[in-house]
Design a protein around this ligand. Sequence first.
Ligand code: SD4
Length: 334
Amino acid sequence: MKRRKFIQNASLSTIGIAVGSSVFASENNISSFTSEEKKNENLSENFPLVIATWNVNDSTAEAWRVLQEGKSALDAVEKGCMIEEANAEGQSVGIGGLPDRDGNVTLDACIMDSNGNYGAVVYLQNIVHPISVARKVMEDTPHVILAGKGAEQFAYSEGFEKTNLLTENSKKAWEKWKKTSQYKPIINIENHDTIGMLAIDKDGNISGGCTTSGLAYKMAGRVGDSPIIGSGLFIDNEIGGATATGLGEEVLKTVGSFLIVELMRQGKTPQEACEEAIGRIVKKNPDFKDFQVGYIAVNKKGETGYYSIHDGFWVTKYQNDKNENFPSDFYNKK
Ligand code: SD4
């Protein structure tokens, strides 16, 4: 049974028909703008819009192409993230991702749509496109997260193929690492890291996706922030969305993406909200010099913000027919 159907049925039986209309209201994207509202607020210039962590122009271009076809923000973030997942040169997402200490490439991903639906996979192996499996979890199951072998089996049942994700380059890097086996989070892997993507479609509806192979040489079984709702990604179509990159443990402890959306709800701009979320991390961590966290955010008007702890974080934004990279401002000015 499709998840939405499952929830609708549960709603009818447990909540009763009297409140049914409010339960179903979200099906109709109550916070879409009418074209009149868009005209009045002069919003059409700001979206469609795609923004993503790091220098991922091919991914934002693909998402933009999907939006130009009039498709949803959800389709755009899935297709955009898939480009990075299939890029074997990128060593922090999908195929080619650096493995854990035992040499296993394990992937985390999640996706969230403008109706507040969310799906995720954690510790997924042998599948090139975890973002698409996450979408299937969201749309085709009554659950929101599938992990490990269960997620892998589910992927096969949905027609995904088994693929060896450990490329020669990543294997060599792991073998080199094994000589010292010193574990230290790496700040800004070649300006090209976990992809978190937020998109607003032509109707002003927001969706997001986040996909990663996690930290290089992590302990077996480790799961980061990227697939966890509120940490690596959060969308509230009435307010905006946020997504994260960097040391997931710190993002998880501060529930960073949810925090940013809630700060925007209280009236902060996306930029102010990202800066405050980074502030929460550094305040509690005298050793913040050793790790990076970067956030990006967008609000309902299509305004964006981004901020990181250290220099070296970049974002890619596709807006008004321009696909551009921007260096992020950062906290640690030394
Ligand atoms: C994680 N946040 O697994 C991810 C990794 C990452 O830049 O973003 N690296 O903790």
